[in-house]
Design a binder for this molecule. Structure first.
Ligand code: UDP
Length: 246
């Protein structure tokens, strides 16, 4: 963890951007927030009204600080039109197979690690924890196709045309999926084996986290369109055909 880098990038970076926008008289902004602002919550799904407690996670705290400063900003100056989008777990790739994620070094996140294993770049996936209080013991998350997420931004931008102030939305599918369920779905959709071992829990991980995305549907007219199978197939197309490894 690099707390100072998170704060410098997210907090100082946002302040610098807002100052530049002010000078240029641009007053419409979409902020990429994160479900990590909710912290370690026991009851799912999460609505936007839920208490915000990003436990001991500097990334989540830096996102929450930006949410607070944006809230202060719209009170001080009602000319701003700001959407705060709380992303759940973005995965997948562009349907063309030409745009996707290629993290430097060993991936931290599940999907890039899992797809590296399927591609034969890594031996096996370590599932972080098999003893969570979830139906199969593995952690549960709300995995959203990145192109659904993109469409959520377009919907938010349209909404901001007629709405000033700060508007916060969860962007997720509304469905929690376990690590094991994702592994099985990936194997079924792509025909590739994903060997795995169950390891210890990763420090800082919550057992489960998924969205109540009804507000985005009600106000933005947006909901996810792509299936878990789409997520797996598009990830695999990118990894096996589009990605160029260095
Ligand atoms: N995970 C895992 N093995 C990995 C990476 C992640 O079992 O190599 C699990 C992690 O414990 C969590 C889920 O996969 O339950 C999603 O983790 P990720 O890092 O992708 O996103 P996070 O929800 O932590 O932001």
């Amino acid at each position: 963890m690099q707390p100072l880098d998170y704060y410098a990038n997210n907090v100082t970076g946002t302040l610098t951007l807002l100052a530049a926008m002010d000078v240029a008289s641009v007053k419409t902004l979409i902020f990429s927030s994160s479900a990590t602002v909710y912290g370690n919550v026991q009851t799912m799904p999460l609505t936007e009204a839920h208490e915000l407690l990003p436990a001991t996670n500097p990334y989540g705290r830096s996102k929450l600080m930006v949410e607070w400063l944006l809230a202060d900003l719209v009170v001080a100056n009602p000319a701003w039109h700001i959407a705060c989008l709380r992303y759940f777990n973005p995965v997948g790739a562009h349907e063309s197979g030409l745009i996707g994620e290629a993290p430097c070094g060993v991936p931290n996140n599940l999907m890039p690690y899992l797809s590296d294993v399927a591609f034969g770049l890594r031996e096996s996936l370590t599932i972080f924890g098999g003893d969570y209080p979830t139906p199969d013991g593995t952690g549960m998350r709300d995995y959203i196709h990145v192109m659904d997420l993109v469409e959520g931004h377009v919907a938010a931008l349209k909404y901001l045309k007629n709405h000033s102030g700060l508007h916060t939305f969860n962007l997720g599918t509304g469905r929690g999926l376990s690590v094991l369920e994702l592994v099985r779905a990936f194997e079924t959709s792509t025909g590739q084996a994903v060997p795995f071992v169950i390891g210890p829990r990763r420090v800082g991980d919550v057992a489960a986290c998924w969205a109540d995305a009804t507000s985005a549907y009600a106000l933005l007219g947006w909901h996810t369109q792509r299936t878990l199978e789409d997520i797996c197939r598009d990830t695999w197309r990118w990894v096996s055909e589009g990605r160029v490894d260095e």
